[in-house]
Design a protein around this ligand. Structure first.
Ligand SMILES: [Zn+2]
Length: 556
């Protein structure tokens, strides 16, 4: 590695950055370094690097002033680990090839058929949930997992959303349960099967035994995400991989695999993909968030095997194991919807980030000493060179403390949540920023935490919480529109009152259907007034939910 980039010290103790490409998929904290993907930071000049190492007087982390997000700019945020020119050329060539092939993969005008998955039939325009055993057994555990398939009413690609391959990672399972909520799948909602073109398979908890026991691996101690495509007569985990791959994944055109950090750390929302794979590139960018790590998937991972089989695939990372970071869940849900919109599987326009950070590598900040960690930063924190990232103390050595100091300006895409460290443990996963830090800071909150695109809006699955006022009552004397109108016109003549009548009608309809607000006395009053002269319905206003926001006007 690169000892010249030593950067720590408060009390004379130093530490180094290890420059490794992270693969969360690669496992627990003990094995986070995959040397085959090592990249190195090149200090602009060695003298500078040494100078900064020797003279590093640590200072408390600065809080940057709150800045409003800026309008899109042409300047580009520069990463230390930017894609090389060679890599960018390869990616461009792959995308050009993909454009050139431009085959119409899904004939949207063709008829749509009943879809069959593991002998379960799903009719066009419907959605079906069932369970599938991970092992074919007569005795003992067979581990049934939940599966939902939405078969659209028109043809289109097959997109699989997989989650819970690591049993203790809850971001994916939570995102899937929101995607499957009635707020999302009811008529007229984002995933209404009638509006879907193609097939959406949702596999919320693939490692069900791990999920039940809050463990990453399968009960035989193996990591499912290292066993794909699996073997029918292999180890337990290999058999499960075989079944998942052959029975649930094969036939997919795209996969979004949802993960979070392994135990003891937490990830900022990010996407990992191999950008020179055109299909993967498209959905990685479609996901609509800023950080995309360009990395070759590890052997045996779902991402690797999918890519080798021509399936566009991304891994999403957000939050940490054994916990639920609702922002990370929300970004996952938005990202899946963005991918589906981009592929025209569901209607609507995808949202896009203001800029993207395409990284070919990253750096781990490691503890130089053992002890207890006091983290000053969180995932998404933006730090500037010299900021203290964490402090290590050891109850066995009172009076001594060691600071871990940011060696460069950068973005923390992962930080430790486990306070116990021994020398060499990673405490942060770091994306050094070379230029235009201000663009990144411009999208930070007052704590210098980067605000990931899509993390701030009201969660889409909570749409059902919008206040709705229901007015209870009965319609007497026939249908609402016809009778109302007749009576109104009848009693008042037609002296230019038609519009008013229509308005009154509209108001009533709105009062019943619309998610407008108020059950304030004014509203009731207004409603009653506009009904003057009629003998029909006299609905009593009644709130079914909480608070009002603004009073409605009669002709709203
Ligand atoms: Zn994982």
């Amino acid at each position: 590695m690169n000892p010249s980039t030593s950067f720590i010290s408060h009390l004379h103790v130093g530490s180094g950055i290890r420059n490794v490409m992270d693969e969360e998929e690669s496992g627990a904290s003990t094995s986070d370094a995959t040397d085959d993907e090592a990249v190195s930071i090149e200090p602009e000049n060695k003298q500078n690097a040494e100078k900064s190492a020797s003279s590093s007087t640590s200072k408390p982390r600065k809080k940057s002033p709150k800045r409003k997000p800026k309008t899109p700019v042409k300047r580009k945020v520069r990463l230390a680990h930017e894609l090389s020119l060679k890599r960018r050329r390869i990616i461009r060539a792959a995308m050009d090839d993909h454009k050139a092939e431009h085959k119409d993969e899904w004939d949207r005008s063709a008829g749509v058929k009943t879809h069959t998955l593991m002998r379960k039939r799903i009719k066009p325009g419907t959605m079906r949930s069932f369970s599938i055993p991970l092992l074919e057994t007569n005795l003992g555990e067979s581990w049934n997992i939940p599966v939902t398939v939405i078969n659209g009413s028109r043809p289109g690609p097959t997109v699989t959303i997989s989650a819970g391959i690591h049993g203790d990672e809850l971001t994916g399972p939570s995102a899937c349960s929101h995607l499957l909520s009635s707020a999302m799948t009811d008529p007229g909602r984002s995933l209404d099967p009638q509006h879907v073109a193609g097939i959406i398979r949702i596999l919320p908890i693939i490692n069900i035994p791990g999920y039940r026991n809050m463990q990453r691996d399968f009960p035989d101690g193996r990591d499912l995400n290292r066993e794909f495509p699996g073997r029918a007569k292999g180890s337990t985990t290999s058999r499960v991989a075989y079944r998942v791959w052959n029975d649930l994944i094969v036939g997919s055109d795209y996969i979004v695999d949802l993960h979070s950090a392994a135990k003891g750390r937490s990830n900022m929302p990010q996407v990992r993909t191999y950008l020179s794979d055109a299909h993967s590139n498209i959905i990685a960018k479609a996901f609509g968030i800023e950080v995309i790590l360009d990395s070759k998937p590890p052997r045996g991972s779902l991402r690797r095997v999918a890519m080798e089989n021509g399936i566009g695939v991304v891994t999403y990372e957000g939050g940490g194991a054994d916990s639920l970071d609702q922002e990370a869940v929300q970004v996952a849900v938005n990202g899946v919807l963005n991918v589906l919109r981009t592929l025209h599987v569901i209607p609507g326009n995808p949202t896009r980030p203001k800029f993207r950070l395409l990284a070919s590598g990253s750096s781990w900040l490691r503890a130089s000493e053992g002890g207890l960690l006091d983290m000053y930063v969180e995932p998404s924190s933006v730090v500037q060179k010299g900021d203290v990232v964490a402090k290590i103390t050891d109850p066995g050595t009172p009076g001594l403390a060691v600071d871990i100091v940011a060696p460069k300006d950068g973005l923390l895409i992962c930080t430790a949540t486990n306070p116990f460290v021994t020398a060499g443990n990673p405490v942060g996963h770091f994306l050094p920023l070379e230029k235009h830090l201000d663009l990144v800071l411009g999208q930070c909150d007052e704590e210098s935490r980067f605000i990931v695109a899509g993390s701030e809006e009201e969660p889409v699955w909570r749409e059902e919480d919008i206040d709705e006022i229901s007015l209870e009552g009965e319609w007497s004397g026939g249908s609402v529109d016809a009778e109302w109108r007749t009576e109104w016109l009848g009693s008042n003549g037609n002296n230019g009152k038609e519009d008013e009548a229509a308005d009154a009608n509209e108001l009533l309809t709105k009062s019943i259907k619309m998610p407008i607000t108020p059950a304030t006395p004014e509203t009731v009053e207004a409603t009653t007034t506009s009904k003057k002269g009629t003998k029909t319905a006299k609905p009593a206003a009644k709130t079914t939910t909480k608070a009002t926001t603004k009073p409605a006007t009669p002709k709203d």
